[in-house]
Design a protein around this ligand. Sequence first.
Ligand code: IVH
Length: 675
Amino acid sequence: MASSSVSREEVERAAGLRRELEHHLYRYHVLDDPEIPDAEYDRLYDELVALEEVRPELRTADSPTQRVGAPPSERFSKVPHLTPMGSLEKVTSQEGLEKWVHDVRKRLASEEPLGYVTEPKIDGSAVSLVYEEGRFVRGATRGDGQRGEDVTANLRTIPAIPLALRAVEGSPPPALLEVRGEVYFPISAFNRLNERLLAAGSKLAPNPRNAAAGSLRQLDPGVTASRGLSIWVYGLGYREGVELETQWGVLEWLRERGFRTNPFAERHDSVEAVARVCAEWERRRIELDYEIDGIVIKVDLLAQQGRLGALHERPRWARAYKWAPMTAQTRLLKIHIRVGRTGNLNPWAQLEPVEVGGVTVKTATLHNEDDINRKDIREGDAVIVQRAGDVIPQVVGPVLPHAPKTEPFRMPERCPLCATPIVKPEGEVMHRCPNPRCESRGLETLINWVGAAMDIEGVGEQLVRRLWREGLVTSLPALYRLTPEQLAALEGYGEISAAKAIEAIRRSQERPFFRVLYGLSIPDVGWVTAQNLARHLGSIDGLMAAGQEEILEVEGIGPERAEAIVEWFSDEENRRLVEELRALGLRLEAGEAEQPVEGPLSGRAYAITGTLERFSRDEAAAALEARGAKVAAGVSGKTTALFAGESPGASKLAQAERAGVPILAEADLLELLRG
Ligand code: IVH
């Protein structure tokens, strides 16, 4: 037992630990720049917990140990906001934006200079944080704008929310202050939550916004704490004795006092620059680990804001430039199988058409049988569909447990096209049709050739399917023998568009060797392996002359893959194909395109496995290579890190573990590319 009176050392130690711990929380969660390892933080934290246990009188309300620990409540009480929490009028186009600026100009004196601040519009849950004499005393949801729910205990568990304002010399904390911000669910944490819900057989969270709002309204703060929420703070409500002139100044003021303000806020003096930002972030939003659904544009000068005022609690001095959401709910009508160009069986979902991110989505990928069954996706389910960038939409999972009568999904036992029995090699996730002459292979090879491999403008999947059906093009060389007249004879083609397409096909003969190699659809030779083979062996002749031994020396190629390559080239028909392509003048020798690029990631080597959410593996590899990194098809002791997406390959994970190579998530990859 402790002695009766608290010693001075104990008082000082407790205060010192509190200060240190809050400082490290700030470094980690606000600045994203920790100074000490997690284990060291935990050691300090445990010391404070132990000290407070022996000396409960040392436990202060703003002790970091008191962030979690409030007992679950029965319900939330309502609290009035000191100033109302309004909402934003939206615009959805550049014209809308210009019209708003025109309106603002009309209300202000015409020649007055006008500056703007743009901020990402965080798709989370709005909160108001009240600080008295610099201490966090109350936090509430927006509610009806006048009164919100008191979620103080839950907000205290969010480590990015300071329990006390940081001291700024010569500027004592205001007696009373309202800070406004958006609590959000990081996408990485959201995916982890859905993994957990899936494992528990519970209903999935449809999107990070709902999940953030739901987590904030948990009756048990312990649950909120476990969710990993964060906050971006963007403004002030009621304040006493805070003199500021601009929104930009408000953001700086908040940052200095320990709040997390978004690093992508910018200041502009023309509406054109604002429009550029809105367009830029619509493209770039997938890079972020949080969802944004638009850009908020604010008139920078607070005096001008005051003169513009608000209409029905919607400020005239701000607009939300909004984009369409990236997730939606719909019904999965049927699961189909597509046999890919190397024989893999790829399941895909036929959906009831739904708008996602401004595009009507009718189909989505389903990775493989294991993944479908792990998520328990069945025909007839209401499902959540997600789109990211230009990547094919994905089915995240069912909204509710499936209707009782539908059967779990099973891969067919025979190829749906050629009826050959399907195989599934040990340790792999994909089923495949082993028949090299399966009809699908030729067509899918052509589709991949005009798209990912050769990127032939104006010649896409639809056209290739038509040419295949008409019997005009049923092999790669036949594509190069197609005449403008044949194309112009197809319905919907005029002479000009036919000539253009033929010209684009002709130009594709100039594409680098590794693209040709990739386009041949040799099993397991993806974009990265094709590049490595081209670089290492120099030409198709070098590759054909190389034995298994020599191919094995190429980065990332194991015995099975080497054998498959040798086997492919030993097939008479494949050799004939190569010779025909040579005669047509395609490039079969490595050149400049195969040389590595110098950049910030030079000297590093990465590997990628599984399905990424935000881009295809080829796109990710290209982005890493453009920064100088090497991307290998396999993992070795030289690999810097392995990025693992959904349904990662078991052998790559095992190799990484054996070689002590760190296995990182897609979020880490995005961070690396951003940095
Ligand atoms: S300013 C008078 N700035 O968008 C309202 N709002 O309808 C002024 N939001 O849920 C709001 N990011 O919480 C502002 N950088 C940002 C924001 C932002 C997200 C949310 C806000 C509210 C909605 C506005």
